[in-house]
Design a protein around this ligand. Structure first.
Ligand SMILES: Cc1cc2nc3c(=O)[nH]c(=O)nc-3n(C[C@H](O)[C@H](O)[C@H](O)COP(=O)(O)OP(=O)(O)OC[C@H]3O[C@@H](n4cnc5c(N)ncnc54)[C@H](O)[C@@H]3O)c2cc1C
Length: 468
């Protein structure tokens, strides 16, 4: 708890309207999309990098933890003030500073919402491809800090591929600039920009971001492919790429997810199929037509029940919106939603899907699966009630089995949702002792007092959090 004198010091920095102490307001900053929570001691709303530098110096002097927060939509507990302290709310740093058409670079503050950047650059004939399912609410700062992926990652890559420069407030309060804000080419020294991309607010607070833009594709074609078996759908994913087709989007939804989406969206998805693939190809018109023909043949050869093509932009958007709704609609089914980010080599998607179904049956759990199948990135989503202790024990065992199998198949703990607090205990499994020790060394070099978003990525202390 912060005493009155310390609170007044913070008020001197940002003004009284930007320091929140009311318990009902603090509660709003206590959780993220994992639904785990801990109430912060205080929230500070910032409007400049200089504000942040002062708060960080204040926190360091007073031995207080600091947690950066964008929109709090991350799925790994990254923005939760898990060990108490101050949450820094970054959403008001939300200016698009420049869209440089000639050099195809945008410079933005971290609180800009991903969809806003998307639409603003589109008005200038440019394209920013990273599009997490949460793009209508997630901030660019949060996306950079998580290295967020999205529906278009298969062809266009993730946020990591588009960040060329950053302004960062370090844990000692210094403000530095990395990379180059006006040129796509910058090579001197260590790649400091990418040290911070994906660092989940543990190494510094990002206050300015330079992103690379590209030109949008001329045409798109969207196909809905229905399957009577998840394994067949998974097999089609690898076969499509083997046939040298790289769709911009290749998304998977299983039966539970399809039915949850249909209950909510009512767009006529058949309820009796086991799985569907939502595939989009884009590019020059002739290439798109050729790719779509090959795609249809490959999908039918693998045993698709049927294939339909979106007739117009409205139908295309409807299908994309249905896919983006997968997580929120599943979350309506039970009080507690535990979403995983199991990512395996593309060729192993059928095995991973089989395993998820096997785990679901053996533990008698409700698991809806969906994800960016083209990247091997699946989101088995366990739907439970946190108050049911027996069920929660089974969830723990199921998650461990899914993780272990994922690593066995040559996969990774997370394809896009970060490590945060929930996956930190599994880091050694993926990186081994020496690898994890290197993570610790980097954290210690930048944040020797462990005050900036402690216990995220690198676990330093066991912290127990409850679901909200
Ligand atoms: C329905 C739904 C769909 C989703 N779909 C996807 C998807 O398709 N792909 C995907 O990758 N993710 C997805 N996510 C997860 C989430 O939206 C992303 O991780 C997103 O990047 C988080 O942005 P945010 O603004 O909410 O960040 P927050 O959750 O507030 O923060 C995320 C992390 O970044 C840190 N942080 C935030 N801002 C800064 C900053 N300026 N400087 C330093 N650290 C900072 C925080 O401390 C935290 O560790 C989805 C989430 C939901 C709820």
């Amino acid at each position: 708890m912060l005493d009155k004198i310390k609170i007044n010091e913070l008020i001197d920095i940002v003004g009284s309207s930007n320091v929140l102490t009311d318990p009902s307001e603090l509660m709003l900053y206590s959780y993220d999309a994992t639904q785990l929570h801990r109430v912060p001691d205080l929230v500070v709303i910032v409007h400049s990098a200089e504000d942040i530098a002062k708060i960080i110096k204040f926190a360091r002097k007073n031995n207080i933890n600091v947690y950066p927060r964008g929109s709090g939509t991350n799925l790994s507990g990254g923005s939760i003030p898990a060990d108490g302290g101050i949450v820094i709310e970054l959403n008001r740093l939300n200016r698009i500073i420049d869209i440089d058409i000639e050099n195809r670079i945008a410079i933005v503050e971290p609180g800009v919402i991903a969809a806003t950047l998307d639409s603003e650059v589109a008005k200038k004939g440019l394209f920013y491809p990273p599009d997490p399912g949460s793009l209508a609410v997630a901030t660019i700062g949060g996306c950079v800090s998580e290295g967020a992926g999205g529906l278009r990652a298969l062809k266009y890559g993730t946020t990591k591929d588009y960040i060329i420069g950053l302004e960062v407030v370090l844990p000692n309060g210094d403000i530095i600039t990395t990379g180059n804000f006006s040129s796509l080419r910058s090579s001197p020294g260590f790649d400091l920009t990418h040290l911070f991309v994906g660092s989940e607010g543990t190494l510094g607070i990002i206050t300015k971001i330079a992103v690379k833009l590209i030109y949008p594709a001329k045409t798109k074609k969207t196909l809905l492919v229905l399957y009577d078996s998840v394994v067949k759908a998974g097999t089609a994913v690898a076969k499509i790429i083997e046939n040298k087709i790289i769709p911009s989007t290749m998304e998977f939804l299983d039966k539970i997810t399809i039915n949850a989406v249909e209950d909510f969206k009512k767009i006529g998805l058949p309820r009796d199929i086991e799985a569907l693939l939502l595939i989009e190809v884009d590019g020059e018109p002739e290439d798109v037509e050729t790719s779509a023909k090959i795609l249809e043949k490959v999908c039918m050869d693998v045993g698709a029940r049927s294939i339909s093509v979106a007739k117009n932009d409205t139908e295309r958007m409807e299908l994309m919106e249905a896919r983006r709704a997968a997580l929120p609609v599943l979350a309506r089914l039970k009080p507690t939603t535990i979403l995983e980010d199991a990512t395996v080599p593309r060729s192993k998607v059928p095995q991973m899907l089989e395993k998820i179904h096997d785990v679901q049956d053996r533990y008698n759990l409700m698991i809806g699966s969906f994800g960016h199948a083209g990247d091997g990135n699946l989101h088995p989503t366990i739907l439970v009630d946190r108050r049911n202790k027996e069920e929660m024990k089974k969830v723990d065992m199921a998650i461990k089995e899914i993780f272990n199998y994922c690593i066995e198949l040559g996969g990774t703990l997370t394809g896009e949702h970060g490590i945060g607090i929930v996956k930190a205990p599994f880091m050694e499994k993926e990186f081994k002792k020496e690898g994890l020790s290197f993570f610790r060394d980097i954290k210690k070099a930048l944040d020797p007092d462990n005050k900036l978003n402690p216990n995220k990525i690198v676990c330093t202390k066991e912290v127990h959090l409850d679901y909200i």
